[in-house]
Ligand binder design. Structure first.
Ligand code: TRP
Length: 324
């Protein structure tokens, strides 16, 4: 039997090449070997209560990108977390088997608490419990995530084990499946690529905008003049060539070290490589975006299918916990 994958992403709107290389690309290929469930976690997005007026738009834009990138609603379940409200029931039930001390020692909680000291809400503490509910409501065994989510997955397994000790075996212990792609740095060459740093390239950006952004990217900081030899190993533009011009990588490194190619020409080549790679994606996105109501239909169908699994799991859990 095929394993079952579940992953969730906060609906951050239009996705960028960091999202693609780090996650979406992996989601797409897992569809060949697993039964996949992918979710826009809108409830998790509420822990900071920022941009709630943009939430619906952000969900729609992210879904367009997912669909254009190759997530296939015929094969996978694509849905929005809050459309299957059973997850909130399971979250409450799991909260009864989760010691508070497990949650307050989570590094991401401590960091959030430091970042928003005036809004250390109950939901923030329960964030990993809700994430556990996401995964085990669908009895998923495999969870593709970035390294930053490993502590949450560890906690999910601990909650599952504790539930099993109390009520008997019920769920698979979910395992993380790390993507092989290393962290994608943004165009500033320092921070992780992210919309909040404005150092990103949207998948749906126009070729002109992409070129403009790439041309403004930071390169090797030690190379100040065109005649200085460069250090490709410390240059983020060079790293991005690894994804978009892999066949020219060696040549570019040699030319850079010999000051044979300047950063401007090197970036022109990168912009061209990115635009070439994204061309088919952009065409598909335009087609999907031109179908009125299509995304809504996909999400409604996804929620219906997810709801069937969720209802069954919840009945089992309530039975074991003595509620029915
Ligand atoms: N916490 C994850 C993140 O911030 C998002 C998420 C929510 C998730 N529920 C999940 C990831 C379930 C994997 C499985 O990226």
């Amino acid at each position: 039997m095929k394993g079952r994958v579940f992953s969730g992403a906060r609906p951050t709107g239009r996705q960028h090449i960091g999202n693609y290389l780090g996650a979406i690309q992996n989601y797409v290929s897992l569809q060949d070997d697993y039964e996949c469930i992918y979710c826009a976690v809108d409830i998790h997005a509420l822990t900071s209560l920022e941009d709630t007026d943009k939430l619906q738009e952000n969900i729609g834009e992210m879904m367009l990108d997912w669909l254009a990138a190759g997530l296939d609603p015929e094969r996978s379940i694509l849905f929005v977390q809050s459309h299957v409200p059973q997850v909130m029931e399971l979250h409450t039930l799991l909260s009864m088997v989760t010691p508070l001390s497990w949650l307050t020692r989570v590094a991401t909680f401590k960091e959030k608490a430091r970042m928003q000291p005036d809004n250390i809400n109950y939901g923030l503490v329960g964030y990993p419990v809700l994430m556990t509910a996401d995964i085990i409501l669908y009895k998923a065994d495999t969870v593709p995530v970035g390294e930053d989510q490993l502590p949450h997955l560890e906690l999910a397994r601990e909650i599952v084990r504790r539930f099993h000790n109390l009520f008997g075996p019920t769920f698979p212990e979910p395992q993380a499946k790390l993507t092989s792609t290393p962290l994608i740095l943004g165009l500033d060459g320092v921070n992780k690529m992210s919309k909040s740093y404005n150092n990103h390239i949207e998948l749906a950006a126009s070729p002109e905008e992409t070129r403009e952004r790439v041309m403004a990217a930071f390169t090797d900081p030690a190379r100040r003049y065109r005649s200085d030899p460069g250090h490709p190993e410390g240059c983020n533009v060079y790293r991005l060539h690894g994804f978009y011009n892999p066949e020219r990588l060696e040549e570019l490194a040699t030319e850079c070290r010999a000051a044979g190619i300047g950063c401007v020409d090197c970036k022109e080549l990168l912009a061209r490589g990115i635009n070439q790679a994204l061309q088919p994606f952009r065409e598909r996105r335009a087609i999907v975006a031109a179908r009125p109501g299509y995304v809504e239909e996909v999400l409604a169908d996804g929620a219906r299918r997810a709801c069937v699994i969720a209802t069954e799991t919840l009945r089992e859990v309530k039975g074991k916990m003595g509620l029915i």
